[in-house]
Design a protein around this ligand. Structure first.
Ligand code: FE2
Length: 428
């Protein structure tokens, strides 16, 4: 019979061996997303084992509510972990909630406690930070974004394609490092994604976007399901005065069935917009009609964006180009029509007959920003910068919104001054 001491020793060794083999030791890659339903917040995170929960409450010292996560054992390019999605419910508007994630029966190995504000009622209007093309290496605008988030500078954050460069690289270690880098922002501010060409790996079809699809599973499970797509490649949600509609422009690697399903969904989603409830319709994707490997004319995407309830989509945010560009309103049905839709002031758009396009792909990655942007303004382009940065959309009220892009880091050799900023007002 084994003595008590030897049993304990063997147990300790076994536990130690299991712990050493388990990665990650505590939940990581924590990020929030909106669900499209009031009073809820989704949270995604990664664990070494299933059985985790989300715990929340208005008192950080007493996280009285909890719900179990749905965990999926997932292998992504040689890395295997449990990817969790969980739902925080019963939230009151404009209220701060504290939460953590981890096991139910022990506090050992739980995450630290984060806070978020549900449906913040910001004076002057809700603020959406937006960028694209943010890598793990050379992520130059990130420090400013982090400080901005920590000082309450925005309420939501959108990342419109191209993550980490690339999430699949080095057996997914680059993706893991990126998702941990963004965690201090995304664990306290809802982080809404769209897919880009850097997320297209492998073969056409179901596995093409496997890193993105897996890491943002909460978006598909909640916002996707509630908007009728069941997907995170294309989904929509209402938040405050905004109907946000997100779609995939990487049609070159989608299956024909995916392309057809997305277009049918996009048309139906936009046709059903109630402008009285959500006067602002904001579209987001990785590319606009003028970019490579897209064809908004034949794909029907350009046509779909022209009818969002009683008017075209108001604003269309994209990335892909590693710079900041602010265009006129552009009819993407082809042949291309540009609308200045202002009076004499280039910084004001009034009731445009097509979406105003903003390229915000200048957040920083290992491919660096485009070296020059010296051609602006042109017949269709109002503003342009080669500096690193991101922008913020302030939804002032039902008829006015203000967009402002600011330099975070000056790009050496760029023609723009280190303090370059661009701002416009849009009326509807
Ligand atoms: Fe791209």
């Amino acid at each position: 019979m084994m003595g008590r001491n030897s049993l304990s020793k063997s147990m300790i060794l076994a536990v130690g061996a299991a712990a050493a083999a388990s990665y990650p030791p505590v939940p990581e890659q924590i990020h929030l997303s909106l669900t499209g339903a009031r009073g809820e917040m989704a949270v995604d995170f990664v664990t070494a084992a299933p059985g985790a929960y989300v715990f929340w409450g208005v008192d950080a010292a007493r996280l009285a509510s909890s719900s179990p996560a749905t965990a999926t054992n997932t292998t992504l390019n040689g890395w295997t972990a449990w990817l969790n999605t969980a739902l925080v419910t019963g939230l009151a508007p404009n209220t701060t909630y504290y939460y953590c994630v981890g096991l139910n029966y022990t506090v050992v190995g739980r995450s630290e406690i984060y806070a978020f504000v549900n449906e913040p009622a910001r004076e002057g209007g809700a603020v959406w930070a937006m960028f694209a093309d943010l890598g793990y290496i050379n992520s130059l605008a990130f420090t400013r974004l982090l400080v901005d988030a920590q000082s309450g500078g925005f309420d939501y954050v959108g990342h419109w394609g191209d993550f980490a460069y690339d999430m699949d690289d080095d057996n997914s270690r680059v993706g893991n490092a990126f998702m941990n880098m963004i965690q201090p922002v995304a664990a306290q501010i809802p982080y809404l994604p769209s897919v880009g060409n850097h997320e297209a790996v492998g073969e056409q079809g179901g596995s093409a976007f496997i890193q993105y699809v897996s890491r943002f599973a909460g978006v598909a499970r909640f916002a996707g399901a509630r908007s009728g797509s069941g997907s995170n490649l294309w989904y929509s949600l209402n938040e405050g005065l905004v109907h946000l509609v997100v779609f995939c422009t990487e049609t070159w690697i989608m299956t024909d069935a995916q392309v057809r399903a997305q277009l049918a969904w996009l048309r139906a989603d936009l046709a059903a917009v109630d402008r009285a409830a959500t006067p602002w319709v904001v579209a987001a994707a990785h590319k606009h009609a003028g970019m490579d490997q897209t064809n908004f004319t034949s794909s029907g995407l350009g046509d779909a964006l022209m009818t969002a309830g009683s008017a075209p989509v108001d604003l269309f945010f994209v990335g892909h180009q590693h710079a900041y560009y602010r265009y006129y309103a552009i009819d993407m049905r082809g042949p291309t029509m540009y609308y200045a839709c202002n009076n004499s002031d280039a910084s004001v758009y009034t009731r445009c007959p097509a979406p105003v396009i903003v390229v915000t792909g200048a957040a920083g990655n290992n491919e660096a920003n485009s070296p020059t942007c010296g051609t602006a303004p042109t017949v269709y382009l109002h503003a342009c910068s080669a500096n690193y940065g991101y922008g913020k959309l302030r939804v002032v009220n039902a008829s006015t919104a203000v967009w402002r892009w600011e330099t975070a880091v000056h790009r050496e050799g760029a023609p723009d001054p280190p303090t370059y900023a661009d701002e416009f007002t849009i009326h509807r």
